[in-house]
Design a protein around this ligand. Structure first.
Ligand SMILES: [Zn+2]
Length: 234
């Protein structure tokens, strides 16, 4: 992560130094000294940095470079600087960032628990619906193709007979990258008439649709639709 921060400047004070003679124009009485402090700014002040002074002369209008400061000016600067404290607001970030990071961690944890509990709820609903199927129940399934890929399609609950659970398969399958997008389960001829027999026990217990007459062909239940609402296991 790249963080863009800025160095900003806090103005502490500007004071006149009437006793100091300007080293540039040699006139007394026009020198003033401003004291600033750098601080790191990122969405607000984060923490303060070093103080520094800028001196200027009203007579000649020039800035006086630090190396040319007369001893009296240096002494004034040192004394004044020692008495200045960084305002509390420049420390705001040092206080706010740990709080922000703490809030972020708590927020993420809460979201994680919420999504886990929502997922558990949905899994429980699916288990319950699979154990007590209703006409119109439609299962979102992954169907292994002969090429080894998993195709996406739907199976519709047909009936139960003893230990066998019958479904009709949708006439269309989607390649892996399309998932279940655009597959129509509502039109009257959407599903084939062939009833696929599944092991009821395996479907109920593990939610694997194991075909009774073809054990190699096992579909995986991903989610299901009941009364138009889609519930997903994942
Ligand atoms: Zn001057």
């Amino acid at each position: 992560m790249i963080i863009f921060y800025q160095i900003r400047h806090h103005h502490h004070k500007t004071l006149a130094c009437p006793g100091v003679t300007c080293p540039l124009c040699r006139q007394p009485g026009g020198v003033s000294l401003a004291i600033y402090q750098r601080y790191v700014w990122f969405l607000g002040p984060v923490f303060p940095g070093a103080k520094y002074g800028l001196a200027g002369c009203d007579h000649c209008g020039q800035g006086i470079p630090n190396v040319k400061w007369p001893a009296a000016l240096v002494q004034t600067y040192k004394t004044e600087k020692a008495g200045l404290k960084a305002p509390a607001r420049l420390w705001r970030g040092a206080l706010v960032f740990p709080l922000l990071i703490g809030a972020l961690i708590i927020g993420t944890t809460v979201l994680h628990f919420r999504s886990t509990s929502r997922q558990r709820q949905q899994e429980a609903s699916i288990k319950e619906y699979v154990a007590h199927p209703q006409p119109g129940d439609v299962y979102q399934v992954l169907l292994p193709g002969k090429d080894g890929q998993l195709y996406h399609t739907y199976a519709r609950y047909a009936r139960i007979s003893g230990d066998t659970f019958f479904v009709n398969l949708l006439n269309k399958v989607n390649p892996p990258e399309q998932k279940w997008e655009g597959l129509d389960t509502d039109s009257p001829d959407a599903f084939g008439a062939t009833e696929i027999p599944l092991s009821r026990k395996s479907f109920q217990d593990e939610q694997y649709m194991v075909q009774i007459n073809n054990l190699r062909n096992t579909m995986t239940l991903w989610g299901m639709k009941r009364d138009g609402a889609l519930i997903s296991r994942y």
